[in-house]
Design a protein. Structure first.
Length: 425
């Protein structure tokens, strides 16, 4: 009898594994077809994936894996964050560090404040719910815009501003979300001192863990000349830093970003050699580019399916339109006033760059990962989930599709575009 039960359990497990593998292979096959078609149409493949995912969900033609917070947070986010930070050059970032940090930190706080206040005063949301939503929606994820930059060979300052601000405000938003969620779960009874301690702990712990993993990978890689071992060490750094930081309730996002910045910006000198072999460094960039491509392919297809299947009829269209207008206004507040602070300095941000930062500030994987992780006891949890998916869908499809003509009109794409030097040059 016991043997029969064990055989039955193994058969069920084998069937589940087979179904999961079929789903993954089906998703990847669809993603690759969409990517090839999107390139022919000169359309960002991420937008194409969202549209195809929505069509599949509406038609019921194929069962896709569910989009869960665990999938997003522990499988999708680490490679996306690590790849972006790995390729971000410190010497380039240092030239624009003042405006980038202002936009990523002060801008995220400003956007969160505007959204929270507007939701409380204009839409009668509870303070705790407004703070939670404001924190998770303040992070930008312009993956579609960056993909467009890559396809069209756009480099220079605009790409640096968009990419680095997005990467760093992900970390800022994740920290603010942790604080807002703690406030909401405590019923709004946390003291200022406790919130300050939580902020220091989350930020400091995440940065220290990320730095520890970054330097540990560098030291460990010095002991080998095998490029596959070197690559494996970086994978441990990317996922290990994230998981350990989350285990101690610190910022996993900040940990992975810190580890990627340290590993990606380590350069050999006469006194010290490179910690990677020549083959290992080439393989490192190619592998993480591939990992980010797979992660984006999976997540945007599933986003499209989840968006299409969401029960938006539960709320009036005025709710979605109102929240969307608030988030767009908050993004403008986080960009234009801060850019004005640098208008008479060597960090001046042009009007065209400001518009791209505003309209190109798409929402994506981080916002969805955070909203899907919300406990059921958070007030208005279901409404927060629906409006978040609506805002993400609007930003990816509408803002993403309109960005190519906007960039072309502003001279950032096509014949009018030239390599843009830094203002101080």
């Amino acid at each position: 009898m016991a043997d029969d039960i064990e055989i039955g359990a193994l058969a069920c497990e084998k069937a589940r594994m087979s179904e999961t593998l079929q789903q993954v292979m089906g998703v990847l096959a669809i993603a690759m077809l969409v990517a090839m078609l999107a390139r022919r149409l000169r359309l960002p493949y991420t937008i194409g994936l969202v549209l195809v995912g929505g069509l599949l969900a509406w038609s019921g033609a194929r069962r896709l894996p569910p989009l869960t917070s665990e999938l997003l947070y522990y499988l999708i986010l680490p490679p996306l964050l690590f790849e972006a930070s790995l390729t971000l050059r410190w010497k380039d970032l240092k030239r624009d560090l003042a405006p980038v940090l202002s936009l990523a930190v002060l801008g995220t706080v400003a956007a969160m404040a505007v959204v929270a206040v507007a939701l409380v005063w204009l839409m009668d949301w509870p303070v705790a719910s407004a703070l939670v939503f404001a924190a998770l929606i303040s992070a930008t994820d312009p993956v579609a815009i960056i993909a467009m930059f890559k396809d069209n060979g756009v480099h220079g300052r605009l790409r640096l501003l968009v990419e680095s601000e997005s990467l760093l405000n992900d970390a800022a938003a994740a920290v603010l979300f942790a604080l807002a969620l703690a406030f909401a779960l405590a019923g709004g009874r946390l003291t200022g001192a406790h919130m300050l301690w939580e902020l220091v702990r989350i930020v400091g712990g995440g940065a220290l863990i990320g730095a520890g993993f970054g330097f540990a990978v560098i030291l460990a890689a010095r002991g080998t000349t095998e490029h596959l071992v070197e690559l494996t060490l970086t994978a441990i750094g990317a996922f290990g830093s994230f998981l350990l930081a989350e285990h101690f309730h610190d910022s996993g996002v900040l940990a992975t970003v810190t580890a990627g910045l340290i590993i990606g910006n380590y350069r050999p000198t006469e006194q010290r050699g490179d910690f990677l072999t020549e083959k290992g460094r080439e393989f490192l960039i190619d592998f993480w580019d591939f990992a980010a491509f797979l992660a984006n392919s999976l997540v945007f297809l599933l986003i499209g399916a989840r968006v299409a299947a969401s029960p938006y009829e539960q709320h009036s269209w005025k709710v979605y339109a109102g929240v969307l207008a608030i988030t767009l206004a908050a993004r403008a507040v986080s960009v234009y006033p801060l850019a004005a602070l640098f208008s008479r300095s060597r960090w001046r941000i042009s009007q065209g760059e400001q518009f791209v930062l505003w309209w190109g500030g798409l929402r994506g994987a981080l916002a969805l990962a955070l909203v899907l992780s919300l406990p059921s006891r958070v007030p208005l949890r279901d409404e927060i989930v629906l409006v978040t998916f609506f805002c993400v869908a609007f930003s990816i499809v509408v803002q993403g599709l309109t960005m190519p003509p906007v960039l072309r009109k502003l001279g950032f794409l096509g014949a009018r575009h030239e390599q843009q030097p830094h203002p101080q040059q």
